[in-house]
Design a protein. Structure first.
Length: 372
């Protein structure tokens, strides 16, 4: 399968290679690699995005050839591709020697990237705005190689790696991790989700250095019940420009959320907070609904009585534009919340998620009818 998108009707802008297309390409003589390369040469001066998904680097269609002859390239993605360090070396060399002057977005997702791969980011001093290295095998030790590239980044995604490695002492790990991040003062988006961090990460006041940070995701962090002091420190140093914060599945309880609410009250830009999969009480959820435009509070088990109190909070927040209360065992109080939303100018809401709360199919249909 080969997908080519025509974004401006007259100019081809994006070309996509998948593994299934490679197989077809090799089995049908009419669609030879030479034909593809000839087609690419006819559009190469306009091409702004190249995406290789589940692609065999050793195939007859050489990615580096296509990349080298795409001078307008801005977005480059490799997903589910096993990348060797020599290939990454040559790729980054192209980006730093004037061959790809416009490249500012690089995504290497599920490419089996390890720490040794990252040394080439330091060797070539590549300048990017967006770097996505999610779902690889990177530890905190390898982040020292990203010090140069972090300086120009606006977005960094390191989710689902191995940044919290048991092979390193906790103090050394945090020192290496934050010494690299402190260079990224232009960062607006930072995703560190699912890396095995624990609550000691909150003892560092580095977060206040990120003046431009708007999105922070550190979900699935293990916060022990006796670690409130660390979490209080974290809440006190949240970036002032923060708009979106993801702390889902962090074992937070109501005491943690009380400190979080205090910290968020001084951040006027805060709109979206995801606390799904924690253990919050009704009072905490009420406070958050009063405070935010977009609270995600699914899977916190608030029960029917809690749902009635939540409906009161919903009715008082005129700025609410989206809410997720799925899987909270709200029972019939789900209908009370829906009515409160509908009375509070329900037509302005972008997303309303109330599923899996124990209502019948007919009752859920009645809720859907409210917001048609």
């Amino acid at each position: 399968q080969m997908c080519i998108r025509d974004r401006h009707n007259t100019t081809w802008k994006e070309i996509y290679f998948s593994n299934s297309f490679k197989q077809k390409l090799n089995s049908v003589p009419a669609y030879s690699p030479e034909l593809l390369l000839g087609f690419h040469s006819s559009i190469s001066s306009y091409l702004t995005s190249l995406i290789f998904s589940a692609f065999n680097i050793r195939s007859n269609v050489k990615p580096l050839y296509l990349i080298r002859h795409s001078p307008a390239l801005r977005y480059l993605e490799f997903s589910d591709v096993k990348i060797k360090d020599t290939f990454l070396d040559r790729l980054l060399s192209l980006a730093t020697h004037g061959v790809l002057p416009h490249l500012d977005h690089l995504k290497l997702c599920r490419c089996e990237i390890v720490d040794d791969h990252l040394q080439y980011f330091a060797t070539h001093s590549i300048k990017l705005k967006v770097l996505d290295l999610s779902e690889n095998l990177i530890t905190c030790y390898g982040l020292k190689y990203l010090t140069c590239v972090v300086k120009t980044l606006e977005s960094l995604n390191l989710s689902e790696n191995r940044l919290c490695s048991s092979q390193l002492s906790e103090d050394l790990l945090l020192q290496q991790f934050f010494s690299c991040l402190r260079k990224g003062l232009k960062l607006e988006l930072l995703d560190l989700s699912r890396n095995g961090f624990n609550s000691k990460s909150f003892t560092i006041d580095v977060w206040q250095d990120f003046k431009a940070l708007r999105y922070l995701s550190i979900n699935d962090m293990a916060i022990a019940q006796n670690a409130s002091t660390h979490f209080i420190a974290f809440c006190g140093f949240l970036p002032n420009a923060l708009e979106i914060l993801n702390l889902s599945n962090c074992r937070l309880d109501s005491q943690h959320v009380e400190h979080l609410v205090r910290g968020l009250q001084s951040i006027t830009t805060m709109r979206y907070l995801d606390l799904s999969g924690n253990s919050l009480c009704v009072g905490s959820c009420q406070a958050l609904i009063h405070l935010l435009e977009i609270p995600h509070l699914q899977r916190n088990i608030l029960y029917q009585e809690g749902g009635r109190l939540i409906s009161e909070a919903v009715g008082k927040n005129s700025g609410l534009v989206s809410i997720n209360l799925a899987s909270n065992q709200l029972g019939h109080s789900t209908m009370d919340i829906a009515i409160a939303i509908e009375r509070n100018n329900g037509s302005k809401y972008r997303t309303i998620i109330l599923r899996d709360n124990g209502l019948s199919g007919i009752q859920y249909q009645q809720i859907r009818e409210m917001f048609k």
